[in-house]
Write a protein that binds this ligand. Structure first.
Ligand code: ACO
Length: 442
């Protein structure tokens, strides 16, 4: 019996800012962002959008596209680091939104017997949800599980993370009928507790932290959605963890140079070019190349062999990221959709192709695993139209972007939007203070 991904749906924020507009206002050379990091557009949520509406949209799209019966979904595990509440899971909001829309066809509370929960570990939370849900269907092969990855990657204005912002969600149906991708049960894992990127839920000031790096904000507030981070250190932690997890994967599978057999290498992409920039280390180790000094590292990155390797095995997975930005925990799954969509559009046959995954979550953990494209993959992929749909977003100017970022807009930029939207947040009633209410517009 095989297990893996049967179907997939996604949602990206309805607005975007051209990266060159941001570069100009911040005095950054556009070529650094476009050619250095691979950024073109930054997806940005409208006033009515958040991690719960992203998740609900992706889930509803998947249910509709594949004609799924929601009553057959035994669990919905949602990976996120953009939770809207510290107790009530974002998954419960998303589930309720979808349930209401499906009421006419499936009756009240179609998810009544569904197990719903959030999983959080920075950008790897949804990989954890996937790992866990695969175990679940292995034990219960007649059941189906849904994994949703949903996040809003927001950074402080004018910080080094600002140009990597983005957001959105990917929903996956996990079952013993993996029409898209069979996933093998070998998980290379590496964990180390570090402070490369985190969202502390305390009130304290920089002076309380004797060793705080310069990048730390002066004051950290409760429930901040903007992280405390050290960019170059987070790159280092990412590189260290994927090296260790890849090594672990080799040990448990006994495979020699497993990456060579992978048709695509799918990374967590905090920005489009991240995977190809950090994989140089593993590539050098595997091929016995010198990698100690910055000059040696540059030589590997610029070598013809490495450039060919990127072109063949990584470039296609970057394309959606260039148009959306960081989707945190959804990035790795959007990278998968991106690569498969390109193959589909180019009429390539992927059946049987091996795909390797290198996930990372700050804090920190990496998981390396692999899968095989199924015979029915084209039917599954034919629903997405990913690059066409990315053209249906609304461009915003820099002033609107800053107002949205500062939460200064009262009403949505797209006032006539369709789909799920936040209607209100309770401020008066003391026993409901903070409750969020959503609605669906046809
Ligand atoms: C959240 C996680 O997933 S943890 C891992 C990633 N961390 C983050 O995402 C945290 C938030 N982001 C950040 O802090 C930052 O955006 C970072 C760390 C990702 C990037 O940092 P920056 O200082 O902006 O960029 P950095 O100097 O590392 O790289 C710029 C690249 O552009 C290239 N570049 C610079 N100027 C130009 C130019 N004019 N033309 C072409 N390329 C250029 C540089 O050569 C370099 O590429 P290379 O090293 O491959 O040659």
């Amino acid at each position: 019996m095989t297990f893996g991904i049967e179907a997939a749906g996604y949602y990206v924020p309805s607005l975007y800012l051209e990266i060159k507009d941001l570069a100009e206002k911040r005095g950054i050379e556009p070529a650094k962002l476009e050619k250095g990091l691979g950024l073109h557009k930054m997806g940005f949520p409208d006033v009515h959008e958040d991690a719960a509406t992203f998740a609900a949209e992706a889930l509803l799209k998947m249910i509709r596209d594949y004609d799924l019966n929601p009553k057959e979904i035994a669990r919905i595990y949602l990976g996120t680091e953009s939770a809207l509440d510290a107790a009530k899971p974002t998954a419960s909001y998303a589930m309720q939104m979808v349930e209401k829309v499906l009421e006419k066809e499936f009756g009240e509370r179609c998810f009544r017997n569904c197990d719903v929960v959030d999983m959080t570990f920075a950008c790897i939370g949804a990989v954890d949800a996937l790992h866990n849900s695969l175990d679940f269907v292995r034990i219960n092969p007649d059941k189906k599980a849904v994994v949703i990855a949903s996040d809003y990657a927001k950074y402080e204005l004018a910080s080094s993370g600002e140009y990597t912002q983005g957001g959105g969600a990917v929903a996956l149906l996990i079952s013993s009928k993996p029409d898209l991708l069979e996933i093998e049960n070998n998980w290379g894992i590496a964990t180390e507790s570090v402070f490369d990127f985190f969202k502390p839920r305390r009130n304290y000031s920089k002076k309380d932290l004797s060793s705080a790096p310069e990048t730390f904000p002066d004051k950290i507030e409760i429930f901040t959605d903007e992280p405390v981070f050290d960019g170059q250190y987070s790159n280092q932690c990412y590189q260290d963890r994927i090296r260790e997890a890849y090594q672990h994967y080799k040990e448990i599978t006994g495979k020699d140079k497993p990456y060579e057999a992978w048709k695509y290498l799918i990374f967590h992409l905090p920005y489009a070019f991240h995977g190809k920039r950090v994989f140089t280390e593993i590539y050098s180790i595997e091929n016995g190349l010198a990698y100690g000094t910055p000059d040696e590292q540059k030589a590997v990155a610029k070598s013809e062999n490495y450039l060919n390797f990127i072109n063949e095995k990584i470039e296609r997975s970057q394309r959606a990221s260039s148009e959306i930005g960081n989707m945190y925990t959804a990035s790795i799954f959007m990278a998968l959709l991106s690569a498969i969509q390109v193959s589909f559009d180019e009429g390539e046959d992927l059946t049987g192709a091996e795909i390797g995954f290198l996930g990372y979550g700050s804090g920190s953990k990496s998981k390396v695993f692999a899968g095989k494209i199924s015979e029915n993959w084209k039917t599954a992929a034919s629903k997405w139209n990913l690059f066409e749909n990315l053209k249906n977003r609304t461009a915003i100017d820099f002033e609107t972007y800053e107002k949205l970022h500062r939460k200064q807009l009262e009403s949505s930029v797209n006032e006539n939007y369709k789909g799920f939207g936040l209607q209100s947040v309770e401020t008066e009633n003391p026993v409901l203070k903070g409750a969020r209410y959503y609605a669906y517009k046809d």
